[in-house]
Design a protein around this ligand. Structure first.
Ligand SMILES: [Zn+2]
Ligand SMILES: [Zn+2]
Length: 247
């Protein structure tokens, strides 16, 4: 125990801090203000999913040859990225949503490091992070980042980059147009983000294999547009890895 731990333990005695998820008592050093049992109990996405967009699929039937078939939506309209994968299921309610909202809107930046470690731990069997040259966070518009103080996707990318030994290209992609919160069908969402991103210096992405990082994959419209712009600027392959995914 360091002096800092002792000091923290003393403060906890005076002012107990509840776990962000279960409101139970928090041990000293609990990562991101969440207790160890809550971290362990977080639901994970099953490994069986669409080869392209990562949509969870029922486990393959015995004897079926393809453990990762491509879903109907991706067959009809192949996405601009090579693959999209996520670690956690993002439900309408529940702990994953609570963590994402706390990170994004509650300014609980201390959550970024343990969530990035979780992404690193969950990567095997989902996405080979080391097969990519660098990580690229989905950018926020400067006005929104200014209001929020940080970009949660960049914070996750920095943590994952440290764990996986990959560079993070924070300026590879910028948001040139602020978009209204997304609604509507897939086509409306694609229109909503069209022209919202740009690559300031194509030399930084040319010939590279890039892994886009974001907090939540909803319909894939945002990461799809990011991938399209990166590919148009010369990136040879673009993958997507998000902390969570709407199922
Ligand atoms: Zn807890
Ligand atoms: Zn799919």
């Amino acid at each position: 125990m360091t002096m800092r731990d002792l000091w923290e333990a003393w403060l906890r005695l005076l002012f107990p801090v509840p776990c962000l998820l279960c409101a139970g008592p928090l041990a000293v050093g609990a990562a991101g203000g969440v207790c160890a049992p809550c971290w362990a109990a977080l639901p994970r996405l099953p490994p069986a999913c669409c080869a392209a967009c990562g949509r969870p699929l029922p486990p393959s039937t015995p004897g079926s040859e393809d453990p990762r078939p491509t879903c109907g939506a991706c067959l009809r309209r192949p996405p601009p990225y090579a693959l999209a994968r996520a670690a956690l299921p993002y439900g309408e309610a529940g702990p994953v949503r609570a963590l994402v909202l706390a990170l994004k809107h509650g300014r609980r930046l201390a959550l970024a490091a343990p969530l990035a470690r979780l992404m690193h731990a969950e990567a095997p069997g989902r996405v080979d992070v080391t097969a990519f040259d660098a990580l690229v966070p989905v950018p926020l518009h400067w006005r929104r980042r200014w209001g929020r103080g940080f970009n949660q996707a960049a914070a996750l990318a920095e943590g994952l980059g440290r764990s996986a030994g990959r560079r993070v290209l924070r300026r590879a992609l910028v948001r040139v147009r602020s978009t209204v919160p997304q609604a509507g069908d897939a086509a409306a969402r694609r229109d909503n983000v069209r022209g919202a991103f740009a690559v300031p210096s194509p030399a930084a992405v040319e010939g590279r294999r890039l892994l886009l990082i974001d907090d939540v994959y909803t319909t894939g419209a945002t990461v799809g547009e990011c991938a399209r712009v990166l590919r148009a600027s010369g990136a040879v392959a673009v993958g997507v890895y998000t902390l969570a995914r709407v199922t």
